[in-house]
Design a protein around this ligand. Structure first.
Ligand code: NAD
Ligand code: GLY
Length: 365
């Protein structure tokens, strides 16, 4: 088992990574300092992993809250169901919530924990690759508003993260690929050596080789932990974790969150940001080719969906929450493994970049 520390002074916590580490429940019990425990999960994960967790915690006062599955349920209304469960069971502030699920369960449970009696503990038990390498680490919690994704939230760090690679066995193929987009992100923004490792090992990750997955999750979490420790509340550096997300969110919003997964949109967004960096003269065509090849091997789309026009995407990018004081800021690459956040770029090149990803432009490779 690997252990990484997210170093945040009194809010520091461990991330445990391994295959089968949820198994006997011993590790989870060790991390739980409270008697009152609310496990929050969803209807898909419940039949797979809930009962073994309940058995492992038989000596505690354990209750469960099973949410409907899907991004559309990451709302204040559903979050209130978690709060209602805590109140109905008369849980005090000195309780612990366990988020057993992907990023949706993790985000909403973390936010409920942040709000319950002004702050209860929670432990992340991420069950998707995306959640293991990204959303369970760093303390960003949120629910969506009908006018915007993740618009209601708080920074609230978990007490521990337990990432068991074994649970990825049941994850659908497309979800695995979506998680790989976030893994590749770390190589692109700050870890060139990891990017090269990913090029050599992507087939093992796709085949769910346990050792390769453990290494990829560990290296991703090391990168994320370092960035979060340096800039917990995103005053500066942490913004690099949003690489590809401004393009990606525009794709997701343009598609009304239907059809493409978040990781798929981010994956294409990362390629678009790389191509834009090339047009600005910062990145070589060879590097863009390597990025495209890795994303394709990961099973991610490298073309825009037909329904999204260039002007529509450009407009949607302008309303992204990462635009500061009305100006659009983008995370771009100076090289594989080296990123910058900038608002100083040529808009015409940006439009040409988006154009080059339109499916109707076959010569754009
Ligand atoms: P998700 O939570 O919707 O999970 C994807 C699907 O896989 C769901 O249907 C889920 O029920 C199912 N699933 C989960 N684990 C499974 C397993 N082991 N076996 C079978 N099925 C399983 O999606 P996600 O990609 O994990 O997370 C996306 C969410 O994460 C978004 O809401 C996004 O905003 C958020 N996010 C948050 C952060 C952060 O820093 N807090 C970072 C990135 C993404
Ligand atoms: N996923 C972006 C962040 O945690 O900052």
């Amino acid at each position: 088992m690997r252990k990484i520390k997210v170093d945040l002074g009194v809010r520091s916590y461990p991330i445990f990574i391994g295959a089968g580490i949820l198994g006997s429940g011993e590790l989870l019990v060790e991390q739980l300092s409270t008697r009152q425990v609310l496990i929050v999960t969803n209807k898909t994960i419940e039949p797979l992993y809930l009962s073994s967790m309940q058995s492992a915690l038989a000596d505690r006062n354990v209750k469960t809250c099973v949410l409907p599955d899907g991004e559309s349920y990451k709302t204040l209304e559903v979050m209130q169901d978690i709060i209602t469960a805590l109140l109905e069971h008369r849980f005090s502030r000195d309780c612990c919530l366990i988020a057993l699920g992907g990023g949706v369960v993790g985000d909403i449970t973390g936010f409920a924990a942040a709000c319950y009696q002004r702050g209860a503990q929670y432990i992340q038990v991420p069950t998707t690759l995306l959640a293991q390498v990204d959303s369970s680490v760093g303390g960003k919690t949120a629910v969506n508003h009908r006018l915007g994704k993740n618009m209601i939230g708080a920074f609230h760090q978990p007490a521990a993260v337990i990432a068991d690679i074994k649970v990825l066995d049941t994850l659908p193929e497309r979800q695995l690929s979506a998680g790989l987009a976030e893994v590749i992100k770390y190589g692109l923004i700050r870890d060139a050596e990891f990017f090269t490792w990913l090029e050599a090992n992507i087939h093992k990750l796709k085949a769910r080789d346990a050792d390769a997955l453990i290494y990829a999750v560990e290296r991703s979490c090391l990168n994320k932990a370092a960035v979060v420790a340096a800039d917990e509340t995103e005053q500066g550096l942490r913004a690099i974790l949003n690489y590809g997300h401004t393009f990606g969110h525009a794709i997701e919003t343009g598609l009304d969150y239907q059809g493409w997964l978040h990781g798929e949109a981010v994956g294409l967004g990362m390629l678009m940001a790389a191509e834009f960096s090339r047009r600005l003269g910062w990145l070589t065509a060879e590097s863009v080719g390597r990025i495209r090849a890795l994303l394709e091997q990961a099973g991610l789309p490298v073309r825009l969906p037909q329904s999204l026009s260039t002007s529509m995407l450009r407009e949607l990018m302008a309303v992204d929450k990462k635009s500061r004081q009305g100006n659009l800021f983008l995370v771009l690459l100076k090289a594989i493994g080296s990123s910058v956040v900038t608002g100083d770029f040529n808009n015409q090149y940006l439009l040409e970049t988006i154009d080059s990803f339109q499916t109707s432009m076959p010569g754009s490779d």
